[in-house]
Design a protein around this ligand. Structure first.
Ligand SMILES: [Zn+2]
Ligand SMILES: [Zn+2]
Length: 668
């Protein structure tokens, strides 16, 4: 078994460049985790696992308590469909949601991926909602009661509560206007929801509200959040509204008005979102913590807009999901940090980076001699056992990590199918490039999606690019990777012996159907991940040589750092939201559909063609083929049980290129 299959987490080669700004009210935010609780096993930027986050969030709760401020931990849904840990069980999530529950969340919202299948929706009701109780907010999502058939909310419509430090919060959880849900569930459009009696009562309540917290599986830009925001603003013109969203899988931050900002925190355990605010006084709130700000750490200083006259200042940051980021946060703000630096073999540039960050942060700062002291300790302890074990990990986080390891074992997720010979990405190179994943998948479709009885008939096999969820990295291809790359179970249907002239135009016609055509596609998620998929290998050597690294009190020397490709976010506040600097990953558009082709003559032609396609586009295919065809002509090409989750593992097992190094896969 290759070493990349071991549970040991990868760690980033370099980390954040400055301390977080703690305010009076702070948020840690996850969204669209899609079962990635084991972390990214092949990308060191995102190598932390859920246990590391359990530890980290526990530290942060303690730290907030010590500083006299509030910290809310929020998740905004999509726990399924994306990794083996969530998808290798039946129903999905049977195991992964119990691991997810190890984090002490304050507020959670439901995602569309909790609502595609009836058994998953009921599991959300009986396990997720039942476990989280008042904290699980589904303001506009209902489910049919299995006993009575009556519609009831899966979670709570809203939560009114007082934080540890006296802030009175009214929270809602609003899913975007999703329509692809199983019919045992109902999604109420936001514009209807805001007219409902319970909502009107909640926003007109006599109970004082210091902050509205509007969470939801809903993009923070151009979404139905605006509808809910407007409805709250109509009654509460100045009250802060903090918004936390998701679903479009991007990092984003938007300003709604002087008293309202919104964050969206990526996907797949790549990003941990941070948002903080200050400005609470005894006059404008029930806050009884620290005024005006916690000491010993940087604080938020930025108004929502340049012209804001409101008292609120904010910060936002997108943290990379790795142990270097997490551990850095843990000890950095503590005054006794030289102690924590011992036992850790910090490279000189890391040390300088750290000191630089400290030096540019707000006072109080360590004195110069403390810095020298720390360096001395650092040098003395360069033998370094793993430093985390002593200063970072908590028992609860360790327990979660061993749970993950155990379950991965149980589910055979590490079972090795072959070795990926090179990196293949979805959008970082042109669609027809040999490093793009789709030419490879087209080959896989052509080679293994075969009905033995019709193998001599030419065939097109049409699938959707939106069903492919992740890049494929050089190295081991395991059972787990089959879910990571192609998690959905769409069966292959076909129409036999379509004249070549017609069949050969289908792919283009589907791709030209455009946005409206896409919307008509039914059951399975065809949502496009709007984010850019970071890859491991630097595409270009980007050198950074900034003043930040150059000279801090004699303990540093000039440093040149290679940036790893990753998120380079631009949001309403500009480009300084990414916690760790990355070089940009190129992005190329891809069409909605791609196809494999087999059995054609040397000119790529045939008299007739079997048209094979994923089940949920049947009506689109029929519409394009015209009145000569109807659903009576459509049957399973192989069987109802052979789906888009099955063809890639099969291909990997029989492809010479993927078997060449088996079982000793070289990795990056
Ligand atoms: Zn998602
Ligand atoms: Zn979603």
């Amino acid at each position: 078994m290759s070493s990349a299959c071991s549970p040991t987490r990868l760690n980033a080669s370099y980390g954040p460049s400055s301390a977080l700004e703690w305010g009076q009210l702070n948020f840690l935010h996850t969204t669209d985790t899609h079962g990635w609780l084991e972390g990214h096993l092949k990308e060191k930027n995102y190598g932390a696992d859920w246990g590391d986050f359990v530890t980290f969030s526990t530290h942060f709760k303690h730290q907030a308590g010590n500083m006299g401020v509030d910290l809310l931990i929020v998740d905004t849904g999509d726990l399924h469909d994306g990794a083996g840990l969530s998808d290798a069980t039946s129903p999905d999530g049977e195991i992964s949601i119990t691991i997810f529950d190890d984090v002490d969340y304050d507020l959670l919202a439901i995602g569309n991926h909790e609502l595609y299948l009836a058994d998953v929706a009921y599991q959300t009701l009986t396990e997720i909602s039942a476990y989280w109780g008042d904290k699980y907010l589904t303001s506009n999502v209902q489910i049919a009661n299995p006993q009575t058939g009556e519609w009831e909310y899966i979670g709570k419509t809203h939560r009114y509560f007082t934080t540890e430090h006296g802030l009175r919060i009214m929270a809602f959880g609003v899913l975007y206007d999703f329509t692809g849900n199983t019919n045992v569930t109902k999604v109420i459009p936001a514009k209807t929801m805001v007219t409902q009696k319970w909502f009107m009562e909640a926003i007109n309540s006599c109970d004082p509200v210091d902050v509205f917290v509007l969470i939801g599986h809903n993009p923070v830009r151009g979404s139905s959040f605006q509808t809910v925001f407007n409805a709250i603003r109509a009654i509460h013109p100045d009250t802060p509204i903090q918004i936390l969203g998701g679903h479009s899988h991007i990092r984003d931050f938007t300003v709604y008005d002087d008293s309202s900002v919104a964050i969206e925190s990526g996907r797949y355990c790549e990003t941990l979102g941070w948002m903080s605010m200050s400005g609470f006084t005894t006059e404008n709130s029930g806050f009884d913590g620290i005024f005006p700000n916690p000491a010993g750490v940087p604080n938020p200083t930025r108004k929502a807009t340049n012209t804001s006259t409101s008292p609120w200042v904010y910060s936002r940051r997108y943290l990379d999901w790795n142990r270097l980021t997490f551990a850095y946060r843990k000890w950095f703000p503590f005054p006794h940090w030289p102690y924590h630096i011992s036992g850790r073999n910090w490279s000189m540039w890391e040390t300088s980076l750290l000191f630089s960050s400290w030096a540019i942060s707000e006072p109080p700062r360590p004195k110069a001699q403390d810095l020298y002291h720390a360096v001395t300790i650092d040098i003395e302890f360069t033998d370094a056992e793993t430093w985390y074990d002593h200063t970072f990990d908590y028992d609860n986080g360790r327990a979660t990590t061993s749970e993950i390891t155990e379950y991965r074992e149980q589910l055979n997720l590490k079972e090795l199918y072959g070795c990926v010979p090179q990196n293949y990405c979805l959008t970082c190179v042109p669609f027809d490039s040999s490093s793009n994943i789709f030419p490879l998948l087209a080959e896989a479709l052509a080679e293994v999606v075969v009905n033995e009885d019709r193998k001599d008939v030419a065939r097109y096999i049409i699938s959707n690019t939106g069903g492919i969820r992740f890049d494929m990295y050089k190295g081991p291809f395991t059972f787990d990777d089959s879910f990571i790359v192609s998690p959905f179970q769409d069966a292959f249907l076909y129409i036999p012996s379509v004249p070549y002239a017609q069949a050969s135009t289908l792919l283009d016609a589907l791709n030209n159907a455009g946005a409206s055509g896409k919307r008509s596609l039914g059951y399975m998620p065809v949502e496009r991940d709007l984010c850019v998929d970071p890859i491991v290998e630097p595409l270009s050597e980007v050198r950074r040589d900034e003043g930040l690294f150059n000279s801090v009190r004699g303990v540093t020397r000039r440093q040149v750092v290679d940036l790893v490709p990753g998120y380079t976010t631009t949001d309403d506040w500009g480009t300084d939201g990414d916690d760790t600097a990355h070089s940009e990953i190129p992005y190329y558009d891809i069409p909605d559909f791609f196809q494999g082709a087999a059995g054609f003559d040397a000119n790529g032609e045939a008299d007739v063609v079997d048209v094979v396609f994923v089940d949920f586009i049947e009506s689109d295919v029929l519409a394009i083929l015209g009145s000569a065809y109807s659903s009576a002509d459509v049957t399973y090409y192989i069987s109802a049980n052979f789906t888009t989750q099955d063809y890639l593992p099969l291909f990997v097992k029989q492809s010479a290129a993927f078997q060449a190094d088996y079982p000793n896969c070289p990795s990056n």
